[in-house]
Design a binder for this molecule. Structure first.
Ligand code: AMP
Length: 116
């Protein structure tokens, strides 16, 4: 259930601004406000799902859709050939700060491994 204080629900609803780069009936993609790479976008579902762990069986197709949108965003940003990274932080130990599931799309520079 969407919390009244979910910032990403507010972006979906158009209640707070975001630099949107893609949207469809199930997902919205927009630029991260604190970019960690030349391309740093977030892909989120319109439906409030707090985290990957909270996603249920009924969300399987939605999660797949988010990944396909992430690939589209990366391709549109010119990273299909050179590569890019998708990240889903889950929970405090992974650094999740916004509890509305989102796929980070990072590209435009060499990304190190392992991540921090
Ligand atoms: P995470 O730490 O995985 O939960 O990622 C949350 C991301 O949301 C961070 O990279 C933030 O910079 C980003 N973020 C938070 N608020 C906004 C906002 N209003 N517009 C765009 N990105 C945001």
């Amino acid at each position: 259930m969407a919390g009244d204080n979910c910032i990403f629900c507010k972006i979906v609803a158009g209640e707070i601004p975001a630099a949107k780069i893609y949207e469809d009936g199930r997902a919205v993609a927009f630029r991260d406000i604190n970019p960690q790479a030349p391309t740093h976008a977030l892909v989120i579902p319109r439906k409030h799902v707090a985290s990957l762990s909270e996603a249920g069986e009924a969300d399987e197709a939605l999660l797949g859709h988010l990944l396909r949108v992430a690939a589209r965003v990366a391709r549109d940003a010119g990273h299909a050939e050179g590569g890019y990274r998708t990240v889903i932080n889950n929970g405090p130990d992974a650094g999740q700060t916004v509890f509305h599931v989102h796929v980070h799309v990072l590209g435009g520079r060499a990304l190190t491994w392992p991540p921090g």
